[in-house]
Design a protein around this ligand. Structure first.
Ligand SMILES: Cc1cc2nc3c(=O)[nH]c(=O)nc-3n(C[C@H](O)[C@H](O)[C@H](O)COP(=O)(O)O)c2cc1C
Length: 409
């Protein structure tokens, strides 16, 4: 059975003792737990307690001997990171991008394909302070899941919000995130970009990383969807558990889609893969004529070579006919760059007409900037529904659209 790895960060709150119970509950339920403690946290409870309960080394110092890269390796190790209890100080440091302790540096290095949970614990005034509230808003925007705080008796004698959630509830949140309740909805996601061989060692590729596909998959998996992830070789993979199938070229992708769609009864397909419009049909060297299939390496002495490409058909236009479920929900992506607004709308309309897509996401590459990584506009064939700038926001919308179409929301 898969053993999930949880990185538990403990910061300086009187509630730190509750994390001993949380660690124990996680361990008893089969989780592998590693603990990181802030300097202040160790004033409330000793590292030895967590070392004994977790049966793992406890990390406290970024500069400890032989631990020089723990701020990266622990992040890579974890399937999920949780800060419990999270002090106001740490929450505000996170939002400012500080990295002068192991806990904050690990946050800066975090890979947001993995869940990051924060369970705040503090006095009501600290919790409601504009600095803390602003930080919580910022962290949510970055993809952090901020758990509610309880309302109740606080160590300082006050009663109000800011109290750490009971560890049993925090445990449930971790379980819910890593082992979501199944919704019985199966979704096929294509992601990454096709590569077209020129010879045995060279290919034509595109810039698709697969990041958006992996982010959407992670979100849908944590929402309880069954995901089959059809991905390019070397593209980003979802961190959460799902069925993964690899493709290389246009024809591989087409064959895999035919097979998967005819043999399964998917409820929806999210077709993000960047599919090459052309494949290599012929290579002409000056002194030789190579034709595909190629079985050797192209010569490098040639001054010029001619590469002949042949047009591929549009896979997306065939998806509904490949599918055994004729009511499959199809969500297509259209990448545009430098087009006028009317050209963009025309290309969205053309996609609806030619593919019978239920939804189209227009991804405007030219609108990217340092601060705006993505620019997604979501359409039905009647109107524009939303405009979002992050893969996470897009994933939430896609999840809701599928649930709505299936009559679940
Ligand atoms: C007895 C005591 C209890 C404290 N409880 C909390 C608390 O529950 N939440 C909080 O945000 N800060 C609390 N603090 C203050 C933090 O420990 C302090 O801001 C510290 O610098 C936090 O460091 P850290 O975020 O690196 O762990 C408490 C301080 C003391 C002395």
């Amino acid at each position: 059975m898969l053993k999930y790895k949880v990185l538990l960060k403990i910061t300086g709150s009187i509630a730190a003792y509750k994390s001993a119970y949380l660690t124990s509950k996680l361990v008893q339920n089969g989780y592998d737990v590693k603990v990181v403690m802030s300097e202040s946290a160790q004033k409330f409870i000793g590292a030895t307690t967590f070392e004994a309960i977790s049966n793992n080394q406890v990390y406290t110092d970024m500069f400890a001997p032989r631990e020089a890269l723990s701020h990266i390796s622990l992040m890579k190790w974890a399937d999920l990171v949780i800060v419990a209890p999270a002090s106001a100080n740490t929450i505000n440091h996170f939002a400012s991008g500080d990295g002068n302790s192991l806990i904050t540096a690990l946050f800066l290095a975090h890979d947001f394909n993995k869940p990051y949970l924060i369970a705040p614990a503090m006095n009501t005034k600290m919790y409601m302070h504009p600095a803390t509230q602003n930080s919580i808003r910022t962290l949510k925007e970055w993809g952090v899941k901020i758990l509610d705080s309880d309302n109740g008796y606080l160590a300082c004698g006050d009663t109000g919000v800011g109290k750490l959630l009971e560890p049993d509830i925090i445990f449930e949140e971790i379980e819910k995130t890593l082992k979501p309740k199944k919704k019985n909805i199966s979704v096929l996601i294509t992601s990454g970009g096709t590569k077209e061989n020129i010879d045995d060692v060279r290919f034509i590729a595109n810039i698709s990383t697969g990041n958006t596909g992996a982010a959407i998959a992670n979100h849908l998996i944590s929402d309880g969807f069954d995901i089959t992830f059809l991905h390019a070789k070397d593209s980003t993979l979802p961190k959460l558990d799902c069925h993964k199938v690899e493709y290389f070229s246009f024809s591989d992708l087409n064959n895999e889609l035919k097979k998967l769609l005819s043999q399964n009864n998917f409820d929806a397909i999210i077709h993000l893969a960047a599919v090459s419009d052309y494949s290599v049909s012929e290579i002409k060297l000056l002194d030789e004529n190579y034709s595909l299939p190629l079985s050797k390496k192209m010569k490098s002495e040639e001054e010029t070579i001619e590469l002949k490409l042949k047009k591929n058909f549009k896979i997306i236009e065939r998806l509904k006919s490949y599918s055994s479920n004729k009511n499959i929900i199809l969500l297509g992506f259209k990448l545009v760059s430098g087009n006028s607004e009317s050209e963009k709308i025309n290309s969205v309309n053309a996609l609806f007409t030619n593919t019978q897509s239920d939804y189209v996401v227009l991804n405007d590459f030219s609108n990217r900037s340092q601060s705006v990584q993505s620019n997604f506009r979501i359409f039905t064939n009647e109107k524009e529904l939303n405009k979002v700038e992050s893969s996470l926001e897009l994933a939430k919308i896609i999840s809701n659209l599928i649930l709505k179409k299936k009559g679940i929301k």
